[in-house]
Design a protein. Sequence first.
Lengths: 238, 238
Amino acid sequence: MAVKRSSPGSRKPRRTGVSPKSGQEPAGEASLSLERIVANAVDLLDTQGIDGLTMRRLADRLGAGAMSLYWHVDSKEAVFDLALDSVLAYREPAQTGKAQHWRADVIHMLEDWRACMLRHPWSASLLPRRALGPNILGRLERLARTLSRAGVADADLNAGIWSLWNYVMGATVTRGSFDRSDDDRAAAQQRLRDLSQHYPTIERSRLLLDDDWDGAFRRGLDFLLDGIAPRRSKAQPR
Amino acid sequence: MAVKRSSPGSRKPRRTGVSPKSGQEPAGEASLSLERIVANAVDLLDTQGIDGLTMRRLADRLGAGAMSLYWHVDSKEAVFDLALDSVLAYREPAQTGKAQHWRADVIHMLEDWRACMLRHPWSASLLPRRALGPNILGRLERLARTLSRAGVADADLNAGIWSLWNYVMGATVTRGSFDRSDDDRAAAQQRLRDLSQHYPTIERSRLLLDDDWDGAFRRGLDFLLDGIAPRRSKAQPR
DNA sequence: CATTCACTCGTACGCCGTACGATAGAGTCT
DNA sequence: AGACTCTATCGTACGGCGTACGAGTGAATG
């Protein structure tokens, strides 16, 4: 699944040089393009949820027939891949000249990552079964570079990257499991309160009710970065 | 989605006391029951993957009509919930009398958690959108209890639990994104090698090719536990 | 015997992803 | 000009899905 042979259905549409009449599309009736498809898919996912994206609906929105999409895209799976990656693009922080501390850099990127995914809740549930897109890899690369420059030993690098990565992933995915919609937020809270009763320690700490997600995220990140930070006497891993 | 009103379709079947003829079912033709449904669903998921589970197939396997399932189960979603939770049961370690160190205890539970999910790869991709079942909550409770007894301050407890939790979640989910099947494992490796070329730091560290997942998991866990461990002078969170 | 339950299942509806092949227009070559 | 190719669109149809609905069955109960 993760690896696709470049299938016959998808030669790239090269824009034939000649744009339509004027320099800009007026409105709704532009021609199909990968960009428009992906943008509308994201929109659909945002508003209708993960089951709301169907090829027919997507095509309708674009004023096209369902099968027209398949000239630009191999399958619905591909639409998911593209939508996911498109939502995870990272704009570097404004780089105001002053060199950032590596730690701030890492935190910024990871908090932004988390924010991106929370802005599009479907992305968290998609991630586990999708391939790595360029934006995802770009973030990994950046993370690796930052840590490496900060002096993290090569031998520790991969473990460090994956630790941070996993943490962010898990935090986002977990967060997404709670209070998905606002409709039943109250009901969910009640349910969690009921559930808690059978789990005394959890209840006492209000684990399921505490909703300072952002703070918890940041604190865990600090735990990890403390562990990863270079030039500590790391002899006994136990 | 996460919260269901207990819908009308699912009164619990109470076994009417009188078992069939003998004490044990002979073979294939037992009657439907929640246990059999869930067990077969897990089997189907294990062998056919997440798309391989359909209500019709599941019913066939059980020698029943598709709609018969719906007397025991509200919907296909419920089957997913049940299958997921059933796979995540935790058997406490043999408790050989000697008191375990809390750290060993936590590590055991979390490594077991990860192992469970890797044994059933579909579980990782299901987790993000499913409700909390009793086995999942049981593990959280145990984690909370262990940390609390180990002396983690109440104020740090939730952050600690969620950190560990998120980490395990993310590690499992990420792991699942790679080399899903053995069919295309070679192809996947090649693809990753190609990809790496555009991401120099990643390539240098062989991030995507390194396959010591278990080791990386353990090392990250140690990072975190170092950060969480009680009685450290934790004044400056920065 | 009548009624109620616990349980099973056949049929049917509306939706899905997409294989296939028929277009239509624009560009290119002779 | 005519023939041909390439890009792009789309209508139809197929097989499969989840599940609403309601009819059926056999045992327990009154």
